[in-house]
Write a protein that binds this ligand. Sequence first.
Ligand code: FAD
Length: 489
Amino acid sequence: MTSTQAARHKVVVIGSGFGGLFGTKALRRADVDVTVIAKTTHHLFQPLLYQVATGILSEGEIAPPTREVLSGQDNARVILGEVIGIDLTAKTVTSRVLGRETVTSYDSLLVAAGASQSYFGNDHFAEFAPGMKSIDDALELRGRIFGAFEMAELGATRGDDVDHLLTFVVVGAGPTGVEMAGQIAELAHHTLRKDFRAINTRHARVVLVDAAPQVLPPFGAKLGEKAQRELEKLGVEVMLGGMVTEVDERGLEVKFKDGRVERINSVAKIWAAGVQANPLGKTLSEQTGAPLDRAGRIAVNPDLTLPGHPEVFVVGDMIALDNLPGVAQVAIQGAKYAAKEITNRLEGKAPQQPFKYFDKGSMAIISRFRAVAMVGKLRLTGIVAWLMWLGVHLVYLTGFKNQVSALMRWAITFISNTRSERTTTEQQIFARAALARLRRGAADLVSDPGIYDATRAMMEETRRQELEAAAEREAELTDSGVRGVPAER
Ligand SMILES: Cc1cc2nc3c(=O)[nH]c(=O)nc-3n(C[C@H](O)[C@H](O)[C@H](O)COP(=O)(O)OP(=O)(O)OC[C@H]3O[C@@H](n4cnc5c(N)ncnc54)[C@H](O)[C@@H]3O)c2cc1C
């Protein structure tokens, strides 16, 4: 176990997502030492995960290394580790990576650990229908989607029924589900159509299921209907008012309000329904009494702090405040607000007004040249919304290198209707399931902390004894005249 200490005001930031990164950057001129603790080495631009899953972008283009992004910020350092404990009394954060624990103390704490996929109490669905929250998810889905076409080609060559391999089901008709369904339809019906011989990819079935009565509920009825029509034009089957009640390796079951149950045989299923706030919210709730909502989000004070702990700020997807949505701008603006509050306090300035979110609008892409956008009272569709989507995502993508590279990829993809990132490996598809079978995951594959040193010390001792014994034997042999140059007579 190691302890980290610094002389200046210490700010610990949990998470390197939108809240964590923007909060840290906002502290770049402050007289503080910032330690970012995150369980991944990268900052992830989640809104473009679906493009990694469908072969448009590479993972590096949407997930630059956090330490590279912050390399020019002298007052910030980055440490890898999953936070497993926060002690609000001792003001420490405990993180762990591969069984090694680190305790970091803080004066101010910014918690921006985001949310994960929610399977509404059916966590076993995850094995067969991965969510869309991480690079691992996107690469696994890429493997499953392109892999399904490969297996279908193989099966069709043998004369097998391959309908279940050519049926793709996306659960959840929010922006992510709509984007995924649109992209898979585009892949099947356009991009891949010349690549196979035994199957006709244009016969693939793409189904979008949601329990809600409309597509894209937060966008209102009009844009929802427009998005549904566009999806249907692309060949997506939109199934609304249907709750997924069972998911297994070969398909899923959808139950409708009238009691009807439909089974869809499908190997490649994608879960894009529901989010659950990070479990660190529960830890904080237990220590402060701040309540959690049904999605596990913690109620924060109007200045984003926790009751009785003005030094602890929580931002982004983890908070329940004024019905704020789980979007990037809530995390970014909240983190900047918290950073300013920390700086103000150090400079002896008055506190800010309560946090107020400025809604810059929402948008969802449906396919090439088709999107819907909502900015204030303005409702946009078609190519105008699509261009707007492109511009906004380019501006917010972290790093100039990634912006240029993404722009080039988009030009290639949208003009030529091809995909540059179709590489998949068995590891992408199966390694996570294999790791999940180990009791402690990847930590079971490396020696425990200290064991290596103990083993090395033991080996060094044994080797020393062996060498001493050999030297003693050699000396005896030399003394007895068996070894060495015979003495001159
Ligand atoms: C597929 C998808 C598409 C989206 N599209 C849009 C969109 O188009 N527009 C939009 O505005 N929003 C979109 N969102 C939502 C947006 O990405 C989130 O609202 C935003 O990322 C929230 O920021 P955050 O900082 O709270 O959490 P995140 O950005 O999720 O960051 C959480 C960070 O915490 C780290 N972490 C988690 N647990 C621990 C732990 N125990 N220890 C250490 N580190 C930890 C994670 O590794 C990560 O670095 C999308 C989300 C998804 C999943």
